[in-house]
Design a protein around this ligand. Structure first.
Ligand SMILES: [Zn+2]
Length: 301
């Protein structure tokens, strides 16, 4: 009997729902024949999956621990990812640098979470893929790589061209909105990546943390709604900048501009991520001539 978290979508294509509905510290996966995208569904789910399917290839959507955790359980498979995310996946010590937690109050807890709770390990990546590569799987499946940077530099989505099923990873269509709080995140690229997905005809979208969305129209609406959250944040930030007085990033943190609440086990870390995300907005403002650099921060143009 098929397990309830293995949901058939088309011939040899399955939505693998992560433990806790794919919410952090887990994520959802897509299985296309013997190709599994991401390994964050939980150890328990991976073990049960292995009883029913042979997984010979693992594709990582990006380096975040909730997507590549527990990869050692599939040790015999070939692992691949985008070249820009390879270094971190291969060397888990680098997570600390990419999340910019060193010498912040969040460092002790975040390290404990990564290395003792999640137990993130180095994964040997044997191969890389790049934008528009088409992976031929069996006789009938064609999985297209869509490099979608922004969340991380090497973040990729995948699109099965026949069934029009897409795996959107952490362009996750959540009500929180896009997350670009890592050092290798990029706001302008994130917006461009969402724009590129909007050009595709997607019949079923599988997200990293928010289940699946069915119907072309519904997928497009969800992508548009998700993109609008960036504009909403932008407006909030602009409202906080006083006329003719410079503002710096420290003035803007703890103000719930990005996170609606800091009441979380990751509380300390949310401040770190929020500051980086605000920084990315100011880089965009600078580029668009909305603010300019002042002696102590930024000032409206
Ligand atoms: Zn992620």
């Amino acid at each position: 009997m098929m397990n309830e978290f293995i949901i058939p979508l088309a011939d040899d294509i399955y939505f693998i729902r992560g433990e806790r509905n794919g919410k952090l510290p887990f994520s959802n996966s897509l299985l296309v024949k013997d190709y599994l995208i991401d390994t964050g569904v939980s150890r328990k789910h991976l073990r049960r999956l292995q009883k029913e399917f042979q997984v010979n290839n693992v594709l990582f959507s990006h380096w975040h621990e909730d997507h590549c955790r527990d990869s050692s359980l599939l040790g015999d498979a070939d692992f691949s990812c985008h070249p820009l995310d390879k270094e971190v996946i291969m060397d888990s010590k680098k997570f600390v640098d990419y999340y910019a937690i060193e010498n912040t109050p969040s460092e002790p807890f975040f390290k404990k979470y990564l290395y003792e709770i999640i137990k993130i390990q180095d994964t040997l990546v044997n191969q890389v893929f790049k934008d528009e590569d088409i992976l031929k799987i069996g006789y009938s499946h064609r999985l297209k790589v869509i490099h979608s940077p922004g969340h991380t530099a090497g973040h990729c989505c995948f699109y099965e061209t026949d069934s029009k099923i897409a795996f959107l990873a952490d362009i996750d269509l959540s009500s929180f909105g896009p997350w670009y709080g890592g050092l290798d995140s990029n706001l302008l690229q994130f917006e461009e990546s969402i724009g590129n997905l909007l050009k595709l005809d997607i019949d079923i979208a599988i997200t990293g943390h928010n289940g699946m969305i069915e119907g072309r129209k519904h997928v497009k609406e969800s992508l548009n709604k998700y993109k609008l959250i960036i504009d909403r944040r932008e407006k909030k930030i602009l409202q906080c900048i006083p006329e003719k007085k410079p503002i710096n990033l420290n003035d803007l943190t703890h103000k719930n501009i990005i996170y609606h609440s800091y009441n979380d086990v990751f509380s300390e870390y949310l401040h770190v991520a929020e500051k980086i995300m605000l920084q990315k907005h100011f880089e965009k403002f600078l580029k668009n001539g909305i603010v300019k650099k002042a002696e102590k921060g930024y000032i409206l143009c």
